[in-house]
Design a protein around this ligand. Structure first.
Ligand code: S3P
Length: 174
């Protein structure tokens, strides 16, 4: 079986759907790309953004994906990859994701994204802005929305926050 990748904006449910999918597909190994990069560098994502900037982080996402696909090939492991909200803004990452995975865009409205991000703000450097959360989400989604659509093989709506149902939908599409 191919690897599976989950893409979509921060707060769309990638981590939660990934966990549900991992329960439904126990032969696959779940990797959260942010956690992988934190383990690889020994630093947190906010530390990486603060000390090295966004461009350096995007390079790390690319190297991490190269490592993961290489390891998958060597060990025969199939992965469920929960990617970062901005991973697909890098063209090389988009190419790797399209070629090596069945890619699902977890699509949620700005209302859903804002509500989820207000409930679980976390520490997300890309959302730091004087303009307010909704404006920032709208601004990033204006450029990223079309990129998510063109990268994914399938689109799954996560507006109801029913992550188990989303995972079941994904399994039926494999
Ligand atoms: C980012 C999303 C984050 C993380 C980093 C940058 C983005 O991941 O990779 O803070 O550019 O959208 P989540 O989508 O898991 O929050």
């Amino acid at each position: 079986m191919d690897h599976i990748s989950l893409i979509g904006f921060m707060g769309c449910g990638k981590s939660s759907v990934g966990k549900e999918l991992a329960k439904l597909l126990p032969s696959m190994e779940l990797i959260d790309l942010d956690s992988y990069i934190e383990a690889m560098t020994g630093r947190t994502i906010p530390e990486i953004f603060e000390n090295e900037g966004e461009a350096a982080f995007r390079e790390m996402e690319k190297s991490a994906l190269e490592d993961i696909f290489m390891t998958g090939e060597l060990t025969g492991t199939a992965y469920i990859l929960s990617l970062g909200g901005g991973t697909v803004t890098t063209e090389a990452c988009r190419r790797m994701i399209r070629r090596n995975t069945t890619c699902f865009y977890l699509k949620a409205s700005v209302d859903t994204l804002v509500a989820n991000l207000e409930q679980w703000p976390g520490d997300r450097p890309m959302l730091k802005s004087d303009k307010g959360l909704r404006t920032r989400v709208e601004e990033l989604m204006a450029t990223r929305g079309p990129i998510y659509e063109k990268t994914a093989h399938h689109v799954i709506n996560t507006d109801g926050d029913d992550y188990l149902a989303a995972a079941v939908d994904i399994v039926t599409l494999l």
